[in-house]
Ligand binder design. Structure first.
Ligand code: ASP
Ligand code: MG
Length: 408
């Protein structure tokens, strides 16, 4: 007998019928002889509806009150799911985050989980009950309701699995696993049987939205066995593994992309200590996150400096950069909002040469100009013009044979 934590996202509990369907799935797991703790999201669209309600009352609602409001969606689904289970003769109890002592810091709207007291859940499990917990929420030390950031129910599930030392944490969603890339862009994209934590982290942070990134981090840190599966189809899903699981890893696991990028360049700045700090310091102070950074080799005594930011921050960043340019006596500033980032991700890159050149050739063959390049141990990212996103991703997907990769 195992202990399984299952999480069902908003689309999986979007209607009463779907909640009944979730009850059946939970019961199937129970009938296989396992203890089950279920975490649910709010019904799909509900959290957005609540956010919208808040905005009708105030442009700047108190974060404390905002969390009281947006956490309510999950309270509806825990109760309905527990009723559906009880009706079928399977005793179940629902709990809010606060009731099972999901203790967080007090950073409203993006709180971090500090501790969980699993004794109450243990008691229910020992009594043969199914435990149903509201995702996305907790309480701080003063007892105030907090929420964990959008998509936070994933993190609730992983944190409960860690606290309960569950055998597996299963994230049920509307896709049947993690794909080599977005199937809407590449129809031949295939489901991966497994992906390592590091790769999953890269995929998540690069814009692949299957799991909340914090949940992945948490699972990696506490060694939680994590699986992504579909609520609507049978199948093994994708297992997130640890590299030392000693499996043969493909060179490239997936291609992630991000449409929200914009780049800014400052030309002809003095080539001397402290300049990079001056340029990016003021950007950081404005709370703008910088992603890629490239500085050229200086030809004369000046150099050029390019970086990327989220597209929403572009205008703000440009205003700041123009100010910096004046102070530094720079020659010029320029920028481009119509760019995207495309990244190859794979732990196998560590031990395989030639990945970059295959990548660049595939893009060149399609006449795609690479505007920026950056690399890390397990990823290579390029910035290209927005109009080449689909073409570029498809070219790379076939250059690395990813359609077949997962079939094995
Ligand atoms: N209901 C919350 C949201 O929509 C949390 C979640 O679904 O994970 O972001
Ligand atoms: Mg979600």
């Amino acid at each position: 007998m195992a202990l399984i934590v299952q999480k069902y996202g908003g689309t999986s509990v979007g209607t009463v019928e779907k909640i009944e369907n979730v009850a059946e799935k939970v019961i199937a797991t129970r009938n296989a002889g396992h203890d089950v703790v279920v975490v649910v999201s709010a019904m799909s669209g509900e959290t957005n509806r609540l956010v919208e309600l808040a905005s009708q009352v105030s442009d700047t609602p108190e974060p404390r009150e905002f969390d009281v409001l947006v956490s309510t969606g999950e309270q509806v689904t825990i109760a309905l799911l527990s009723m559906a289970l009880n009706k079928r003769g399977y005793p179940a109890r629902s709990y809010t985050g606060s009731q099972v002592h999901i203790l967080t810091d007090n950073a409203y709207t993006k709180a971090r989980i500090l501790d969980i007291d699993e004794s109450r859940m243990r008691g229910d499990l020992d009594a043969g009950r199914i435990v149903v917990v509201a995702g996305f929420q907790g309480r701080d030390e003063q007892g105030n309701i907090t929420t964990l950031g959008r998509g936070g129910s994933d993190t609730t599930a992983v944190a409960l699995a860690a606290a309960l030392k569950a055998d597996e944490c299963q994230i049920y969603t509307d896709v049947d696993g993690v794909y080599t890339t977005d199937p809407r862009v590449v129809p031949e994209a295939s489901r991966l049987d497994s992906i390592t934590f590091e790769e999953m982290l890269e995929m998540a942070s690069l814009g692949s939205k299957v799991l909340q990134i914090r949940a992945v981090e948490f699972a990696g840190k506490y060694n939680v066995r994590l699986r992504v599966l579909s609520s609507f189809e049978e199948g093994p899903g994708t297992l997130i593994t640890f590299e030392d699981d000693d499996m043969e890893q493909p060179v490239i696991s997936g291609i992630a992309f991000n449409r929200d990028e914009a780049k800014l360049t400052i030309l002809g700045v003095p080539d001397q200590p402290g300049i990079a700090h001056q340029i990016l310091g003021s950007i950081g102070e404005a709370n703008i996150e910088v992603d890629m950074i490239i500085q050229n080799i200086a030809a004369d005594s000046t150099t050029d400096f390019t970086f990327t930011v989220h597209r929403n921050d572009y205008d703000k960043a440009m205003t700041i950069l123009e100010e910096t340019a004046k102070n530094l006596n720079a020659r010029e500033v320029s920028g481009d909002k119509a760019i995207v980032k495309v990244s190859l991700v794979g732990v196998g890159m560590r031990s395989h040469a030639g990945v970059a050149s295959t990548m660049f050739k595939a893009l060149a063959d399609e006449g795609i100009n690479i505007r920026m390049i950056s690399t890390s141990e397990i990823k290579i990212s390029v910035v290209v013009d927005e109009k080449y996103l689909e073409l570029g991703v498809r070219a790379l997907h076939s250059a690395f044979d990813l359609a077949e990769a997962a079939v094995e």
